[in-house]
Design a protein around this ligand. Sequence first.
Ligand code: PXG
Ligand code: PLP
Length: 442
Amino acid sequence: MPDTTYRTTNDLQSYWMPFTANRQFKETPRMLVGAKGMYYTTDEGQEVLDGVSGMWCVNAGHGRESITEAIRAQAGQMDYATAFQMGHPLAFELASRLTTLLPGALDHVFFANSGSEAVDTALKIALAYHRARGEGTRTRFIGRERGYHGVGFGGTAVGGIVNNRKQFGNMLGGVDHLPHTHNLEQNAFSRGQPTWGVELADDLEKLVALHDASTIAAVIVEPMAGSTGVLVPPVGYLDRLRDICTRHGILLIFDEVITGFGRTGASFGAERFGVQPDMMTMAKGLTNGAVPMSAIGTTGTIYDALMEGPPGMIELFHGYTYSAHPLACAAALASLELYESERLFDRAAELAPYWEDAVHGLKDCKNVIDIRNIGLVAGIELAPRDGAPAARGYDCFVRCFAEGLLFRQTGDTIALAPPLIIEKGEIDRLIETLGNVINGLD
Ligand code: PXG
Ligand code: PLP
């Protein structure tokens, strides 16, 4: 006989939580039950200021009526439509609307459901593109140390985070990495883009010399590395990567899952840093976090290279059951409209200097060894405790939450990326809470 005893609803064991210390969490759970504007509500009724836009995604703030209504209306109109050999109008509308926002030559859009899927899609498009042009030997990918590109096999392999890799063996072969750009000696407490480090891009020339350009399909980097602690690109660094890629026929992919949709004070990192990629991945802010969705922007050159062969042939053997899901398209269109009508990307740019001054005001707090910022993002790095990396960061996270502030802890770095609707008074409160907590930690 199966056990038909119902577990109580507060049984926390069944759910295997992602990227979480499950046993520690289940001892002392933190539960969110509501969200509006800049604030979450906990199951104990406490209001918590959202210092990281959910998880870098709720750029217009929580519970926006126009997005909720668009999702509701679409659910009533048509819940689901296959995207294979069939279309629905919102998918075309969204793709064309997105291309008006994307930098320069990115004029085609493919849809997926998460940043991880977007990254793996972009890598596969790169392979298919080179093969279509008769350069099928280009199969190698170059990522970067401390890069995060999601959790698919491709994204994990091009990513450069040891803990994300060591459980899983070899993953994708034929991958190499550029050095990361984090350097405390040269760049600690830089405001905005650090001035040292452009020459780190020259390592790409070395990798080309080692592997030969004819084996390399693409370079993938985040314009600003988010997950590994807000690593802002040195002045000139991305331009140099662009030059080297162009010179050797290598595609440059910007992973803008975090940097997209206003985060850096422009629509995309590509615009903020003035560098044109051949492909761009987007997710998170695309739907303001309300429905999972991601997208890959590509140039017409890439798209056209694949539009070959008999017209009845499927050109790219790739896609997801939920590619261009109607609810996600509705949420994305409503989000883009909100970003535009409230000029939220401009707002991020206008608030950025205030934000920069505020976060750098934490410079003299106990154990703070670096502060980094761009747009409405900041990373505050604490010295690790002897023999206990990330412990101080975790204590800071837990105490701030108790004080009504949520941020993202990555090791001993505090990552801040509030919704772009944040008010100056809320920035002040956030910084005050954080400063008090940091100074109270041993
Ligand atoms: N690329 C980048 C640049 C990302 O930041 C992904 C891909 C993967 O997206 P999905 O939707 O598959 O999670 C991301 C995701 C953190 C954190 O610790 C960051 C992300 C996800 C979870 C945690 O800052 N970014
Ligand atoms: N696994 C099986 C057995 C499937 O049938 C499918 C899709 O039909 C998938 C995986 C892929 O799922 P998705 O398209 O949601 O990525």
